[in-house]
Design a protein around this ligand. Sequence first.
Ligand code: NAD
Length: 508
Amino acid sequence: MQDVLAALGIKASNAGASTGTQWIAGGGKEISSFSPVDGKEIAKVTLANEEAYERVIKKAQEAFAEWRMYPSPKRGDIVRQVGEALRKYKEPLGKLVSYEMGKSLQEGYGEVQEMIDICDFAVGLSRQLHGLTMHSERPGHRMYEQWHPLGIVGIISAFNFPVAVWSWNTMLAWVCGDVCIWKPSEKTPLCAIACQNIISEVFQANNVPEGVCGLVIGEAAIGEKIANDPRIPLVSATGSTRMGKAVGAAVGARLGRSLLELGGNNAIIISKDADLDIAIVGCVFGAVGTAGQRCTTTRRLIIHESIYDAFRDKLVAAYKQLRIGDPLDQNNHVGPLIDKGAVEQYQKAIEKCKAEGGRFLVEGGVLDGAGYESGCYVKPAVAEAQPHFEIVQHETFAPILYLMKYNTLEEAIAIQNGVPQGLSSSIMTLNLREAESFLSSAGSDCGIANVNIGTSGAEIGGAFGGEKETGGGRESGSDAWRVYMRRQTNTINYSTQLPLAQGIKFDL
Ligand code: NAD
């Protein structure tokens, strides 16, 4: 891993200091980043203290005054160069993501590819930040709307997508003319430092003010500062529903804007008309990919009673094929959980499911021995459960899959919708009526609803996010850019009169 760190400009002794610039806020206590892959310390990182936070905010304010005056396509050109730099660093950055977070190497590379894709998307967007024109009711008047940048966007991100989620926000915010301050997860600080180093290279080559890209590494307290800071008009926060409720309340109390991307509890409905071969792959990848640590992980399968036994047996057989181990070894399907705290949550969830009457078809358990020294490797588990179980209503960030039966499609949709979260959902069916009913206004209540693909693995072209306790935010593609801008309506009078709207008379 030393060669990977060196390629990304990270020094193991003090990662944050490695760039020798002011880009990275420090001054606070020192923490170590440990890999869940082998339990080893990767590097030490200095957290941001209060003074460093203030410095980053000040730099961001100064930079905004300059950055907002760049023509948007010019900002797009900088983002294009960021995309090129990410292509250059895809291999080491993908490896670091895999090693620091624990996802498979393929998924690590996939995450960097997603960053490249959003850069490409943002470059095109930089020429398409369109407003509408309207017909004025007054003669000799023109009315239109335009979109202006907001200012500083605060980005609080989760450990499970340590780089992609930041880029979804940042690349759009930048072409929109905003500047960004990133508080990454304290569990994956090195991925953030690597990104900062890559960006720094591009910015220095283009004389972009460094405050356009601020980084404050810290624990929840720094996230709370961002949420409460009136100098930050938009806070984009990705993480647990618990965190989102706190951030949403703090930002709301100061009438700021928040974009919340929170927990999911995603289900796939397996119809009697499903292509079961496709369904099996979609379900297993959805449930065990990233060791069940995606917000879009498949947590519930709602299976038609007529095919329940056959599908269950196929699924159990597929789980027997899973290889658990080092995620950098491409022969393995399932890597570790992020840390021992996550392992504990997994164990508690299994106990709770049993206590509520769940029956495990594939038993879970923590692995030990050679290759599992970090203590973070667990067996993906499958249980038969009831929709109303408290544990089934709750997102456990680990590979535990709950199976349930249904009879009518209405019943399946009610089970699918009957949880507090509303992120991703799917139906496996070749029946057009079922597919369209699932997608209709009386169907899935989630932000993402798919047919014949699983719940995870979204593309950047669509708006990403979910309803209910998932927070309601949308990021990435479609018109998600609008949340990063303020809309201004302009009315221009080019006549020789001053007619008032609604025909109101006011003579002097
Ligand atoms: P987490 O909520 O523990 O932490 C997320 C981030 O919030 C971290 O940077 C953390 O330091 C910060 N934070 C924690 N408490 C805070 C507070 N009170 N105020 C401000 N900041 C605070 O989540 P995690 O364990 O890192 O990630 C897993 C969770 O993230 C899961 O629930 C998952 O579903 C969710 N997630 C959602 C999406 C999505 O797009 N909907 C994407 C990825 C992850």
